[in-house]
Ligand binder design. Structure first.
Ligand code: HDD
Length: 705
């Protein structure tokens, strides 16, 4: 069986990692030199109560290694969670690209994906309002290909030279290192208010996209326009998409805040647990392809990373699927040490002149040199390609490879000319022969000056609930800003996107008459005429793009959704088991929440294991609540205040709530339902199928709360 696996492409990386996997099971404790340790409890001392001796090599080695355990965290995207899996191509892209892994349907390529928040430190909460990183390393037969994207299709800035400014502004303020993992503070909004190009990404950041329900329920985007190049040398522009099979879903801001306290590892745990249970995380992979000759047919510039290509103009062609099916064995060795780089490409994939992308191509290797301690980070197991690699790069800290022979240069005769260059026909990478003709200048193209049309399109595309959440988010974030002029300037910018939105936010902030700042773009060169840098008025084309609204996502699965069952001694075994079975068939996860940990007894005397007590869990951890019957059980639960607030919160957060038989009494007492007509998504004595359909909806936004 193991032999068969070794031949499968998709297992190549995991087999490679096995070479470095050391299992301690059944082994003696030794030093790093292999010497068996006799006493790991006591230092070597001079006498029972005497000083510790310098001679104690075991103590010295153990403490020294411990002292050096930490490496610098990533300057951005420090907090992340990752998993292994594979990418399977379903439809050939050979018409557009010669990339080997995109040629033959059915080809499986091993991948490692890492998801992250941007601003917070390694130990910060998963549920911060933030962009999420979505980075995938494809271990292809032609070398590693990294698609290093985010869960939003656009970025804050147009030129990489502004990246340090953006990140300094959003990170904790330098004088007091406050706040952690939050954009709701003066420096971030100061930068935004002076840099109108940020507004499109800011709109997405204020939407529910910034607080996903699960890493498995968010989209991924390559953002930049890249190039495909086919075998004939013809090039196409391409944007990359990941679409989650479970749909795109979020939590509410109030939930996000609570989860951050109750379980800051919420997303990490969700990814780990679901893969552990065999419910693999899946995304469809899609491309938007634009012919070279159509480069200028859009109302925005394809090279501008603050713009998306509306899916209604260029549909996303789904060509494959990524399945993450294996958790890491060691978080540090794999998730922490993985090194991504948008410049890791394979033949058939090339860059556009997007100035943000071009700057990124420098930054990523540079950062790994400091983060991973030297130039040999490509030899770390998780970073090694599955295909062989040979070159004349040598030495450096922690070199692992032993290159025999006299020759470490090219051309050489001492090594018979090897390693030799590969012709294009042998898989040698050649850059696309794009014609470039221009002056050496520092300027921003006029075609990059439309900063408000797409934010306006985004807002127009949201439904009323989504819009309300954007208003609430702006009000919260700007409400945290201390300097009035920053708040006013930002609201001024919002007026350029949508006057109603600006007015609603202004009202919440006590701003009387929101006006755009006279000179709105403050990021222009010293010698420039500021007028040349003024943004254009919004003129969205198209007016709206239904594809950006999460309300239009697919809602056809409850796989891996967490359902709380409220139960105490005497719970009706039949109604509990029936629902549990029906949900289990759909691969939802049922958790028994009871007044105490341990076990409870059902009405028919069976013992049921309790998963959580009302003390250890909270409504925000679950997607839906179900209350089975059983008089005795209900009598107990009715007396527990936390159980009542649990249901009230679920109700307020628009979640499905189901009850049968005596469960109705508890629901009535908790929710004080007055009218005969039940609120949307509250189900009494309904079939399991109705409850399942309700969970598929995710939330009942139309419910009056
Ligand atoms: Fe970046 C990490 C995504 C612009 C410089 N970036 C990093 C990661 C993601 C992104 C997902 C984490 C990778 C991982 O999981 O290890 N970055 C983006 C996207 C961008 C972007 C989608 C714009 C479209 N980044 C960007 C710019 C620069 C950087 C303009 C610098 C000029 N990014 C870095 C970095 C990081 C990084 C400093 C930190 C850790 C690392 O690279 O490995 O080099």
């Amino acid at each position: 069986m193991a032999k068969k696996n070794e031949n499968k492409l998709e297992d190549q990386k995991s087999n490679d990692l096995k070479k470095n996997t050391v299992d301690n099971n059944g082994e003696f404790l030794t030093t790093n030199q292999g010497l068996r340790i006799n006493d790991d409890q006591n230092s070597l001392t001079a006498g029972e109560r005497g000083p510790t001796l310098l001679e104690d090599f075991h103590l010295r080695e153990k403490i020294t290694h411990f002292d050096h355990e930490r490496i610098p965290e990533r300057i951005v995207h420090a907090r992340g969670s990752g998993a292994h899996g594979y990418f399977e191509l379903h439809e050939s892209l050979s018409e557009y690209t010669k990339a080997d892994f995109l040629q033959t349907p059915g080809t499986r390529t091993p991948v490692f994906a890492r998801f992250s928040t941007v601003a917070g430190s390694r130990g910060s909460t998963d549920l911060a309002r933030d962009v999420r990183g979505f980075a995938v390393k494809f271990y292809t037969q032609e070398g590693n290909y990294d698609l290093v994207g985010n869960n939003m299709p656009i970025f804050f800035i147009q030129d990489a030279i502004k990246f340090p400014d953006l990140i300094h502004a959003v990170k904790p303020e330098p004088n007091n290192e406050i706040p952690q993992a939050a954009s709701a503070h003066d420096t971030f909004w100061d930068f935004v208010s002076l840099t109108p190009e940020t507004m499109h990404n800011v709109m997405w950041l204020m939407s529910d996209r910034a607080i996903p329900r699960s890493l498995r329920m968010m989209e991924g985007f390559g953002i930049h326009t890249y190039r495909f190049v086919n075998k004939e040398g013809k090039s196409f522009f391409v944007r990359f998409h990941w679409k989650p099979v479970l749909g795109v879903h979020s939590v509410l801001w109030e939930e996000a805040q609570k989860i951050s306290g109750i379980d800051p590892d919420f997303h990490r745990r969700d990814l780990y647990d679901s893969i552990d249970k065999g419910m693999f995380a899946e995304w469809d992979f899609g491309v938007q392809i634009v012919n070279e000759e159509d480069e200028h047919k859009f109302s925005f510039d394809l090279l501008d990373p603050t713009k998306l290509i509306p899916e209604e103009l260029v549909p996303v062609k789904i060509v494959g699927r990524m399945t993450l099916n294996r958790n890491v064995d060691n978080f540090f060795a794999e998730t922490e040490q993985i090194a991504f780089h948008p410049g890791h490409v394979v033949p058939g994939i090339d860059f556009s002149n997007d100035p943000l992308l071009q700057g990124r191509l420098f930054s990523y290797t540079d950062t790994q040199l400091i983060r991973l301690g030297g130039p040999n980070f490509h030899e770390i197991p998780i970073n090694r390609p599955v295909c062989p690699f040979h070159n004349n790069q040598r030495d450096g800290y922690m070199r692992q490879t032993i290159n025999p022979g006299q020759s470490s240069y090219h051309p050489n005769s001492t090594g018979e000319g090897f390693p030799k260059q590969a012709k294009e026909s042998e898989g040698g990478y050649t850059s696309y022969h794009e014609r470039i003709d221009g002056h050496k200048i520092r300027t921003r193209s006029k075609s990059f000056m439309d900063h408000f049309s797409q934010p306006a399109m985004f807002y127009n595309s949201l439904n009323e609930v989504e819009k309300q959440h954007v208003i609430d988010a702006f009000s919260f974030e700007l409400g945290k800003v201390k300097k009035a002029e920053i708040r006013e300037r930002t609201v001024g910018l919002i007026t350029k996107i949508n006057k109603d939105l600006a007015k609603l936010v202004a009202d919440r902030l006590g701003i009387k008459n929101p006006k755009p700042d006279k000179i709105m773009n403050h990021s222009y060169p010293a010698d420039a005429n500021p007028n040349d840098y003024q943004p254009m008025d919004a003129n969205p084309d198209p007016k709206s793009s239904p594809a950006v609204s999460m309300a239009n996502t697919r809602k056809d699965s409850i796989k891996s959704r967490m359902i709380a069952f409220f139960a105490a001694d005497g719970v009706d075994a039949k109604s509990m088991e029936n629902m549990k079975k029906a949900l289990g068939k759909q691969q939802a996860i049922v958790k028994i929440v009871a007044p105490h940990a341990g076990e409870i007894k059902t009405s028919s005397g069976e013992t049921v294991k309790v998963d959580e007590s009302f003390l250890t869990a909270d409504s925000v951890m679950f997607d839906a609540i179900f209350i089975p019957g059983g008089k005795k059980s209900i009598n107990t639960i009715v007396g527990i205040d936390k159980a009542k607030t649990y249901v009230q919160d679920a109700f307020k957060h628009f979640k499905p709530i189901g009850a049968v038989d005596d469960g109705e009494e508890f629901l009535q007492k908790s929710l004080e339902l007055k009218s005969k007509e039940l609120p949307k998504g509250v189900l009494l004595n309904e079939q399991a199928s109705a409850f399942i359909d309700a969970i598929k909806q995710h939330r009942f936004w139309e419910r009056k709360v």
